[in-house]
Design a protein around this ligand. Sequence first.
Ligand code: 7TS
Length: 417
Amino acid sequence: MNALTERPEAVPATFDVMRLRDDFPILERRVHGKPLVYLDNAATSQKPRCVIEREARYYAETNANIHRGIHCLSQEATDAYEAARDSVRRFINAGRREEIVFVRGTTEAVNLIAASYGQRFKPGDEILITGMEHHSNIVPWQLLCERSGAILRVASIDDAGELDMASFEQQLGPHTRLVAMTHVSNALGTINPVRKMIDLAHSHGAVVLVDGAQAAPHLEVDVQTLDCDFYAFSGHKLYGPTGVGVLYGKAALLDSMPPWQGGGDMIRQVTFARSTWNDLPYKFEAGTPNIAGGIGLGTAIGYLESIGLDAIAAHEHALLRQATARAADVPGLRLIGTARDKAGILSFVLDDVHAHDVGTILDSEGVAVRTGHHCAMPVMEHFGVPATVRASFALYNTPGEVDALFAALAKVREVFG
Ligand code: 7TS
């Protein structure tokens, strides 16, 4: 699958899911005496041994602060951290390494843009988002609107959970300064036609931030082909560590933006009268970062590249097809999110059983899913449900695990009649 066609190819014969599972120590665990069936990957994915070992090795052999020591360990740590930045650059095909800003995660990336780029917003300026955003791509804009007098607009979604393109086009106008949309919806699985949306936004002179939290682990992302201005994602959903993520920004834009946090590393010179800023990307990286996390993210990216995003996308899509077909046979099951282009996310409700009760019974069978509003309350409101059950797939999930999910759902039916 790639960002342009968004159509999965066949799973290549070289993709051996049972062999890949051996890379993930946690998958050997049992939960409540049952084998763990981990289907909560949209919340966070499990970590391959190479990532776990890389972080441990960093602390055991290299640990030092970066960008400041002349001593050997500090230089080695700096080299490893900066090599991870190069891996990220290659992974999303950014043109320059200065365009890769390490942050804590997608949430922090969006807040960075709102705090820094947002300083130029004036009363009457408009920010356009979609009706399927995660709270982290809603609330920072609401805060910015309160500060600046800007107006938040929302393009609606339809009952399949697809973006209403007519609404999107209608909401774009001469006052639209920024468009921020998710690449893949975490609550619905919808893959948005981001390339087209970006082109439309640009034709109205707006800059575009893509929330790639749910896309980067599952689709090939090429920020130059997309021509997005900003792209954000989190390491922990990408088989990497928690507490590290990425903000990609076009160099000219990042250059034009003020820092958002002050402190060490982000300055060139400090006097009590005034300070000047470091070059990109360090201008946006105040203080000691998550060094081990950044290095671990670089390892996770190497791991993903060794398997191939196309193969992963095809495998996950096959699981989604299997699960969607099985869901049709479960009495009272209503799918929430039936877009034509979907990533490996199956969100649903059972007509007479609360999602939390479903989740609890699934957990007792060893099946880990997320239940709730998935930090996308407006999506729940659109579909008129308080919560859904969400199974989300990763590269290590198997057809047998999809069967286990539906066997556990049959238990729910037994309990609730
Ligand atoms: N954007 C989307 C589309 C997300 O799915 C998430 C996290 C975020 C932003 C925020 O990412 P963070 O790493 O900064 O927290 N989504 C979920 C989820 O679906 N279940 O738990 C977290």
